[in-house]
Design a protein around this ligand. Structure first.
Ligand code: HEC
Length: 146
């Protein structure tokens, strides 16, 4: 809710910037439309940094539905189901892309790298999980490690 209020404030800022520029250019009688580019891009940067928090929130939501059944709501793992992902050196040692790729393929019980003899199904067994969903889950897992 906080974030959406901020977003509305930024949108209001953009509007003010655009309106004031268009007013001054119409009174000057010449086209100064390039002026609007500078304030708009500054505001867009702010919105992008806000949405990384929203990405984590989205990831938490996706994690709860697709992963927490085995890894627990806090991602600390559940006995005989899924491993602790917070203190996992496997997770901390790979980059975001590799982590997203891993989530897509999983690690079957027959895989030579499997450590528990239990399946980690591709996408946690939820084929509907999209690339943006997985990116959000990756951001959520990273947020637990800081
Ligand atoms: C059906 C249970 C199950 C579900 C659902 C599941 N996992 Fe897993 N996951 C496992 C198991 C079991 C392992 C351990 C595999 C092994 O023994 O190497 C594992 C391992 C992992 C690992 C590697 C951890 C390490 O230290 O090696 C990651 C990362 C991971 N899961 C992420 C996820 C994410 C993200 C989701 C949701 C999209 C998910 N898992 C859903 C069972 C599950």
């Amino acid at each position: 809710m906080k974030n959406s209020k901020l977003t509305i404030m930024f949108l209001a800022l953009i509007l003010t910037a655009v309106l004031s520029t268009s007013c001054s250019s119409s009174s000057a009688g010449s086209s100064e439309s390039t002026n609007t580019i500078i304030p708009t891009s500054a505001v867009v940067t702010k919105i992008t940094s806000l949405s990384s928090e929203e990405l984590i929130e989205e990831g938490e939501y996706q994690f709860e539905s697709a992963c927490s059944g085995c890894h627990g709501e806090n991602a600390k793992g559940l006995p005989n189901l899924g491993k602790d992902l917070v203190d996992s050196s496997f997770v901390t040692d790979i980059n975001d892309n590799a982590l997203s790729e891993f989530i897509k393929v999983g690690r079957s019980a027959g895989d030579k790298d499997n450590t528990t003899g239990i399946d980690m199904p591709p996408k946690g067994g939820n084929p509907a999980l999209s690339d943006p969903d997985i990116k959000a889950i990756t951001a959520f897992l990273r947020s637990l490690q800081k």
